[in-house]
Design a protein around this ligand. Structure first.
Ligand code: GAR
Length: 211
């Protein structure tokens, strides 16, 4: 039987992505343990979600550090208190500068089709407002490995949803989030099965081993 992988989850706010992972783990459709939740805000509702489930949680606030580097180093220190296989950014709104040894071991989900509508300042409803304002007919979500910039790392999975004429940022966000609830667990499963191979900017998905 496959061994669960250990996750560290970084949040800044509501923790809807964290909740999705908690739900998938309890349903048994994602074989993982969330070992630690790290929040950049003491007020993040995601901290309550972690507490309700008895998941250890800690706060590392950006305001306590002069640079993205020292802030990220403090996060790494927290992660390294546990044996973590994969770090999950789940609505984490800061640049996380990763050590070289973390390359290919940190994922993010973005609520649009990268390389469109992404980068610094594109988060939450701002993304969906920009998508609707631009007139594009499709949007979606992107799971990617994290490098040391905003939303530029190699893409693992994208799922597409339509943008409807009558959409508000809220209705579009809901449709995209439904796609996210499938895409993120799927990317984590592929990682756990050792099926993600980074080749330059591409992530190739290897075929499943016959059982
Ligand atoms: C998710 O929809 C995720 O795609 C988005 O934040 C939401 C989770 O936030 N992430 C970004 O916009 C990152 N650029 P929550 O934890 O506050 O509910």
């Amino acid at each position: 039987m496959a061994k669960p992988i250990n996750l560290a989850v970084l949040i800044s706010g509501g923790g809807s992505t964290l909740q999705n992972l908690i739900d998938k783990i309890s349903e048994g459709t994602l074989l993982a343990h969330i070992k630690i939740v790290i929040s950049s805000s003491p007020d993040a509702y995601g901290l309550k979600r972690a507490k309700q489930r008895g998941i250890p949680a800690t706060i590392v606030q950006k305001s306590g550090y002069d640079t993205s580097q020292t802030f990220s180093d403090a996060i790494v220190q927290e992660i390294e208190k546990y044996q973590i296989d994969l770090v999950i950014l789940a609505g984490f709104l800061h640049l996380f500068k990763i050590p070289d040894s973390y390359v290919g071991k940190v994922m993010n989900i973005h609520p649009a089709l990268i390389p469109a509508f992404c980068g610094k300042g594109y988060y939450g409803s701002r993304v969906h407002k920009a998508v609707i304002g631009s007139g594009v007919k499709i949007s979606g979500c992107t799971v990617h490995f994290v490098d040391n910039e905003y939303d530029t790392g190699p893409i693992i999975i994208q799922r597409v949803v339509p943008v409807l004429d009558e959409d508000s940022p809220e209705t579009l966000a809901q449709r995209v989030f439904t796609a996210e609830t499938v895409a993120y667990p799927e990317a984590i499963r592929l990682f756990a099965e050792g099926r993600l191979q980074i080749v330059g900017r591409r992530v190739n998905t290897l075929k499943a081993e016959p059982t």
